[in-house]
Design a protein around this ligand. Structure first.
Ligand code: R2B
Length: 299
């Protein structure tokens, strides 16, 4: 957006650092970011990442590589960007690409996977002394009552009970954290989308579940103990609560980014599997459709 380009009287006060909220980190001789294959002694993190302003994350390594190549072209960087290097090549857990001020990182599937990546990414941005960092998840999701191919910009991530909360188990305690995302950023992204033809975009709540099958009301998992009617009833209640799409990372993403000083947004695409193009026309009477998500393709 143009906002970052506006002259700002209080530039110094306004700079927002990336925080870590861990009293033990300061006193550590070395911080090893195990799953990124990076560390404070082995790498000069400020030199490598100090200029990062945007981090885009998504499930699959290939998609995040393709996104980095796209950014390379958009930013008109030197070379064709085809041989862009995976900064985390020493591990096959996650991949990471840097194009100018934009970092593109994969996070795998589900809350535990993205949470490990976010702990290490946030520490990386902190060690690199980055400031005013915006993070956007550009992953996949399944839509509720919206057209296939739509893009949902999340205003609030909700859990399976449609509540704006993330319950983190810490030792044997449950700590509830807020899942609000940056509303201004959501509006900025929405305004940008209006300039792009054929990109139907809306702002809504995103529901985050712990499971792809039973947790999202699918009838085709190895286990299924509910009826089609119960499934429909649940999805309709989700729709009425403002949910427009379902995925598996947004609550922990919103909670961690919010606590650590990152402006966060979620902009998942509603992906329709290329193989099956499986659109379940479930709510004909209401004129609503449920778009099945990745159809077996990891997102
Ligand atoms: C969307 O797609 C994946 C499941 O297929 C999961 O990571 C998600 O949130």
């Amino acid at each position: 957006s143009n906002r970052s380009m506006r002259p700002d009287k209080n530039t110094y006060e306004r700079k927002r650092s990336v925080y870590v909220k861990n009293p033990y980190l300061e006193g550590m001789d070395e911080d090893i970011l195990y799953h990124l294959d990076l560390g404070t002694k082995t790498h000069n993190l400020p030199a490598m990442f100090g200029d990062v302003k945007f981090v885009c994350v998504g499930g699959s390594p290939n998609r995040m590589k393709a996104f980095a190549q796209f950014m390379h072209k958009e930013l008109r960087l030197e070379g064709d960007g085809e041989d862009i290097e995976d900064i985390c090549a020493g591990t096959d857990r996650y991949c990471m690409f840097k194009t100018g001020p934009v970092l593109s990182v994969s996070h795998g599937m589900g809350i535990p996977s993205i949470s490990i990546m976010l702990h290490e990414l946030i520490k990386l941005l902190h060690h690199a002394r980055c400031c005013d960092v915006t993070i956007i998840r550009i992953g996949t999701s399944g839509g509720i009552g919206i057209a296939p191919g739509s893009i949902v910009i999340t205003d609030t991530a909700v859990d399976s009970f449609f509540k704006p909360r993330f319950e983190q188990v810490i030792l044997d305690n449950v700590v509830t954290r807020s899942t609000e995302l940056d509303k201004e950023l959501a509006n900025d992204l929405f305004n940008c989308s209006r300039e792009i033809p054929n990109a139907p975009t809306l702002i809504g709540h995103t529901m985050c579940t712990y499971d792809f099958y039973e947790g999202q009301g699918r009838l085709d998992g190895a286990l299924c103990s509910f009826s089609r009617e119960k499934k429909l009833d649940y999805l309709k209640r989700a729709y009425r609560a403002g949910v427009r799409n379902i995925e598996m990372e947004s609550t922990v993403f919103a909670a961690m980014c919010g606590l650590c000083g990152l402006r966060g947004a979620q902009r998942p695409e509603i992906r329709v599997s290329e193989e099956r193009q499986k659109v379940e026309r479930l709510w004909k009477n209401d004129g609503m459709i449920l778009v099945s998500s990745t159809g077996g393709r990891p997102g």
